[in-house]
Design a protein around this ligand. Structure first.
Ligand code: PMT
Length: 219
């Protein structure tokens, strides 16, 4: 067999949104489809890696002998699943759109529409990526930043604060970038370098990201 560039590596990838329950029928979610993370999983597997894909609710499917998919719903579930596999991972890529807050209490019955206004108290979710940064040993750690303003400053802030080796910035100000689209437009920052890429299909974006990861790992 031909040797591949990620042979022998274990790659952990988070993908998709998280859903935070309000009551038995409602949740707080976001527009992530999972496409970006699933494209990364497929490309890493194609390069010979063993892939552990941890996905929030997504209609996408994936089937490859090198990919293990673990489906979760909430940020807390994603957190617990990630840390079952983080230690054995060589590369970890956080492309999930994790809810920053969740309802403090989940109502046990469907909330009735009685009053003119309704207040739901939210409490902070654990930051999965930040915790990965704190627990980093051998892992090459890649985060994403989804921004709408002060994009580069915010992305560089996350690179530092979350102890990342690399961050992928996508901006909702760019047409065709971010959620749901089959395309994305990214910039990649490492401590000493920045690269800008054109708008392209997410499976091509996945190649660009993994090319930079491989370059950095070999340095
Ligand atoms: O799924 P698609 O429709 O293809 O869309 C792809 C995408 C837009 C979701 C993806 O490209 C992307 O940008 N993912 C990150 C979205 C996000 O939540 O960004 P953020 O800037 O809020 O978070 C920064 C980083 O911290 C991210 O790597 C995120 O996964 C991580 N995080 C955030 C909060 C939290 N509680 N835990 C985390 O791990």
């Amino acid at each position: 067999t031909i040797s591949k560039s990620l042979d022998g590596k274990t790659v952990l990838i988070t993908a998709g949104p998280t859903y935070e329950s309000i009551d038995p029928v409602r949740f707080i979610g976001n527009h992530s489809s999972g496409k970006m993370g699933f494209s990364l999983a497929e490309e890493a597997a194609r390069r010979g890696a063993k892939v552990i894909l941890i996905s929030g609710p997504s209609s996408l499917d994936i089937s490859h002998p090198n990919i293990e998919i673990h489906r979760v719903t909430s940020a807390k579930e994603m957190f617990n699943e990630v840390f079952k596999y983080y230690e054995i991972s060589d590369i970890a890529i956080a492309s999930a759109a994790v809810a920053d807050y969740a309802p403090k209490e989940i109502a046990s019955e469907k909330i009735k529409k009685n009053d003119d206004s309704l207040t739901i108290e939210l409490v902070k979710n654990p930051d999965i990526l930040k915790t990965m940064g704190e627990r980093k040993s051998k892992q090459f750690l890649v985060g994403f930043a989804l921004e709408t303003q002060n994009e580069e400053e915010n992305a560089l802030g996350k690179l530092q604060k979350k102890n990342l080796d690399m961050i992928v910035l996508n901006s909702l100000r760019d047409d065709g970038a971010g959620f749901k689209n089959d395309t994305n437009k990214i910039k990649i920052f490492t401590e000493n370098d920045r690269k800008e890429f054109a708008l392209k299909a997410k499976n091509e974006v996945a190649k660009d990201i993994l090319n930079v990861v491989e370059q950095e790992i070999l340095k």
